[in-house]
Design a protein around this ligand. Structure first.
Ligand code: SF4
Ligand code: SF4
Length: 65
């Protein structure tokens, strides 16, 4: 099954993906990337590869494989 992968170096911490994931598979972390934004993490156990995160992320953080 397809899974979302996140390149969190590109994340801007907007959390649109967290709000829109239908499986609640994306968690906001209290960890910042090199740009100083709080990043997210995908739980691959919960992810169904629906691609919604890919569509909503303004910064092209996700690939769905
Ligand atoms: S939608 Fe994209 S930029 Fe916004 S928190 Fe999620 S991964 Fe980061
Ligand atoms: S592909 Fe779908 S289920 Fe997986 S993390 Fe993205 S929005 Fe959530």
């Amino acid at each position: 099954m397809a899974k979302a992968k996140a390149n969190t170096d590109l994340c801007k911490g907007c959390r649109l993906c967290v709000a829109n994931c239908p499986k609640k598979a994306i968690t906001a972390l209290e960890v910042v990337n090199k740009k100083g934004y709080e990043i997210i993490e995908v739980n691959e156990e919960l992810c169904i590869g629906c691609g919604i995160c890919y569509k909503v992320c303004p910064d092209y953080v996700f690939t769905v494989e």
